[in-house]
Design a binder for this molecule. Structure first.
Ligand code: HEC
Length: 129
């Protein structure tokens, strides 16, 4: 009976992959917090919204008579065409997008003010959880 002695020698050559694997996270390197509140559109629009009747029907994060502004912001991309469209809706009023309760019209609202309000609202996108 023959005995086979099999020697397997497996050699692993560890090649460095070049990954810059920095395992230690330095707390000092924390990025500066940028907030939507730093955006000039934020304060201007908030002031106008606060002065008007908007908060009677809208809350920021909860559905009230109207949709939460965070949800409005999540639905529409913050671009010029949506700003125009939503500003026109604020002035004219309307229903049917969020439900059957109508938003009252705001005929005395200047278009540029309505746009400033909408710019503020569209900054309020819900944080992704
Ligand atoms: C009488 C209550 C009421 C008031 C006051 C009100 N809203 Fe609304 N708003 C609503 C309702 C209800 C809707 C949902 C309408 C729909 O389903 O189409 C809405 C929808 C909206 C939308 C989303 C429109 C869309 O088509 O998605 C925006 C933006 C908005 N409101 C902004 C404002 C602003 C700015 C003001 C203040 C100038 C304001 N609202 C005042 C009730 C109100």
């Amino acid at each position: 009976m023959k005995k086979y002695c099999i020697v397997l020698s497996v050699a692993f050559f560890g090649f460095a992959c070049g990954n810059s694997s920095s395992t230690s996270e330095s707390k000092e390197a924390a990025k500066p917090v940028t907030s939507v509140m730093d955006n000039p559109d934020y304060e201007k629009g908030l002031n106008l919204v606060a002065k008007s009747d908007c908060f009677t029907c809208h809350k920021l994060r909860e559905v009230s008579i109207g949709p939460a502004y965070g949800l409005v912001a999540a639905k529409y991309e913050n671009n010029e065409s949506n700003q125009e469209k939503l500003a026109a809706k604020v002035i004219a009023g309307g229903q049917g997008v969020w439900g059957q309760i109508p938003m009252i019209p705001h005929p005395k609202l200047a278009k540029e003010d309505a746009i400033a309000m909408v710019k503020y609202i569209l900054l309020l996108k819900e944080e992704k959880k």
